[in-house]
Design a binder for this molecule. Structure first.
Ligand code: WTA
Length: 643
């Protein structure tokens, strides 16, 4: 066991912002007087009027979460304006293109000007405080500009990942009734083009709320522009001034909506507000990554996911950091790309997902060692559990045992990191996200909601709020309470299971609901099922996660065809393509098994527990199947398991 603990190196602790003693002091101070603690931390962002009320939280009844509620601010001012005097000429964003020969650097002054120009244009198009703006952009600087321009005018941005299909884009636009869409002609990924404008055109056929579309010219590919509705970014911003009055926002005014998958129904619009979110983004970015002035920080996520929101844009820019935005993929032009970019831009802090590490591990040490990684100081991991083997490879090969690894556990809903080592304060254990940050109060509960003490395993809940947590589901506050606070009364339920060891360290075991995590992307099994049953040949479908060497989890589909439809290879391929088209390439099924019948209880409920075990080849301990309406279907499924 002792071998598995990697102590904090004294040299790292000595220089870190937070060492073990300081961490203890912070945890104690927050526990003693949370209001005083957060009153101290809130000054890390810029306020037009400082709040006097700090925290007002009720996890019961209607669920109400408010932080800094009488404060007035504008998030774009914290991320831009207040840096101009001290670091106007410092690089804010290093952009590295998909093509290794293209890059760009944008200073804080330039970024401020670009944001103001777009914000002015948006106001001219009639965008007002509280309006929803959908952003469907590739990883180009314009994505950050668009987010901050929304914040500037008080519009609520809703980013949709560029890998989503026209249907997925449309349903997200419809749910929050966006009036403006910001997109690009095309995206680039791994040498291929993504037809964003064409997808948007298709989506907008069913989105009457959208009055205007702003289109960034990225690849220069041919697109159709609808007169009166579509505007080229460069044309519409050309005449605009480089300053723009920031809208005065209340701390609890919404900053953004981000759709994420749950265990049931359609994706939910997770809503984050302005003050608490920004304090949390800044607090966690600075402390978890031990960020120092002048360092180059790179988070490889896409801005379409929450990691990109908090740790490419809002956290780093609030802290005056230099943040790297990468358009490409780890495997193109070759598997050394990440390390080539680290060497090229002298990256100090590098934050990526286990799925990428596992994929790169396959190619051995060669592609890593080819590039100079001496600038690296801290390595981070996010998105899914990291297996100890991948953790150790990351630590030994990439970081040369020099760089602490921060395995950061959090969710779209939490706004920022909740459980993670602080690199100068917490000894590491490969595979564990270690300890909660100051102000975070996790607990493990059994299925009845009883809090379990000591070394144990259970459902991961949070007993109290932190400033960055979501406030509601857009347009459906009842669903918010139902989804997160009804399973265990008075507690926020994460949907994850975890183990806690004798040192109090948390080991996340994965989702305990019907959400699967495919290469770090959240996917509701219900979404894939409804895509499948929308196909005319399909009578019924049940989807579960299966263990996948690279992606963590893969998508395993059991499909019952309509009577008379022949199960053929051609149909199997057609269904895979169908799901890709309905949801997007991230939902590509890994396996489709023809299932003449599905295991159901007598009341007709599909027994997913059994289906998960069959997909995982764990057919020894299937448990009690006697309650099934037709126990025979189980053996049939085992005998015909695919892969
Ligand atoms: C999983 C991504 C283990 C978890 C920030 C969570 C993790 C879901 C970790 C949220 C980690 C995220 N270790 N599991 N370090 N980080 N997860 O909303 O299951 O896309 O509930 O947010 O990812 O995914 P989301």
């Amino acid at each position: 066991m002792a071998d598995d603990i990697i102590a904090v190196k004294p040299a790292i602790a000595a220089k870190a912002r937070i060492d073990a003693a300081r961490r203890e002091a912070m945890v104690a101070a927050e526990a003693k007087d949370a209001e005083a603690f957060w009153r101290g931390e809130m000054t890390r962002i810029a306020w037009m009027k400082e709040p006097t009320k700090i925290k007002s939280v009720d996890f019961h009844g209607d669920i109400s979460i408010r932080w800094f509620e009488d404060g007035i601010l504008n998030a774009s001012v914290s991320c831009l304006d207040r840096h101009l005097a001290t670091r106007g000429d410092q690089v804010a964003i290093i952009w590295e293109g998909d093509d290794p020969n293209s890059d760009a650097k944008v200073t804080y002054r330039e970024l401020h000007a670009r944001v103001c120009k777009l914000a002015n244009a948006m106001r001219r198009l009639g965008v007002k405080k509280g309006d929803r703006v959908c952003i469907y952009l590739p990883m180009i600087v314009e994505a950050a500009v668009a987010m901050l321009a929304c914040a500037r005018v008080g519009a609520i941005h809703s980013i949709v990942f560029g890998g989503f299909s026209p249907d997925s884009l449309a349903s997200r636009i419809q749910d929050s009734e966006c009036t403006l869409l910001i997109t690009a002609d095309e995206g680039r990924r791994g040498g291929r083009k993504v037809p964003l404008k064409a997808n948007a055109d298709e989506a907008l056929l069913t989105c009457p709320s959208v009055r205007h579309v702003i289109v960034a010219k990225n690849t220069g590919g041919a697109v159709e522009m609808m007169k009166g509705r579509d505007h080229w970014w460069d044309t519409i911003t050309a005449g605009e001034g480089e300053t723009c009055e920031p809208e005065k926002m209340n701390a609890e005014d919404p900053l953004f909506i981000l759709y994420t998958s749950g265990s049931t129904g359609k994706p939910k619009g997770v809503l984050h507000t302005t003050g608490g979110y920004l304090v949390w983004a800044s607090f966690t970015h600075e402390n978890v990554f031990d960020y120092r002035d002048g360092e180059v920080y790179w988070c490889t996520a896409d801005v379409g996911w929450v990691t990109g929101h908090t740790y490419i844009v809002y956290g780093p820019l609030a802290n005056g950091a230099t943040t790297l935005m990468f358009e490409g993929v780890p495997s193109w032009p070759d598997n050394g790309r990440f390390w080539q970019v680290c060497a090229k831009h002298k990256v100090n802090i590098f934050y990526t997902a286990p799925t990428a590490i596992r994929a790169l591990m396959r190619d051995g040490e060669g592609p890593v060692k080819k590039h100079d990684r001496s600038s690296l100081r801290i390595l981070g991991s996010v998105g899914e559990p990291i297996n100890p083997e991948a953790w150790l490879w990351y630590y030994r090969v990439v970081g040369e045992e020099r760089c602490p690894i921060v395995d950061t556990w959090w969710q779209t809903e939490t706004g920022g990191i909740l459980i993670s080592p602080l690199p100068g304060a917490v000894a590491l254990k490969p595979g564990s996200a270690t300890l909660p940050l100051p102000g975070v109060k996790p607990a493990l509960v059994d299925n009845e909601g009883n809090i379990l003490e000591g070394a144990t395993e259970g459902n991961l809940v949070m007993l109290d709020a932190w400033p960055g947590m979501m406030r509601t589901i857009y347009g459906d506050h009842a669903r918010f309470g139902q989804t997160y606070f009804s399973t265990f009364k008075g507690m926020y339920f994460t949907g994850d299971g975890a183990r806690r060891d004798e040192d109090g360290y948390y080991w996340i075991t994965g989702r305990v609901d019907d959400v699967i995590n495919v290469a770090g992307h959240r996917m509701g099994t219900a979404e894939v099922e409804s895509a499948l049953v929308a196909h005319p040949a399909v009578a019924e479908a049940a989807v579960v996660g299966m263990p996948h060497e690279l992606k963590g989890q893969g998508i395993y589909c059991y499909v019952t065809l309509k009577t008379g439809v022949e199960p053929t290879e051609v149909l199997r391929k057609e269904l895979v393509a169908w799901v890709r088209k309905e949801i997007g390439p991230i939902a590509t099924p890994d396996a489709i098994q023809w299932a003449p019948g599905l295991p159901k209880t007598r009341s007709g409920k599909i027994m997913r527990r059994i289906l998960r075990k069959i997909a995982a080849n764990e057919t020894e301990g299937l448990g009690d199947t006697s309650t099934l309406a037709d126990p025979g279907v189980v053996q049939e499924l085992i005998d015909n398991k695919v892969g």
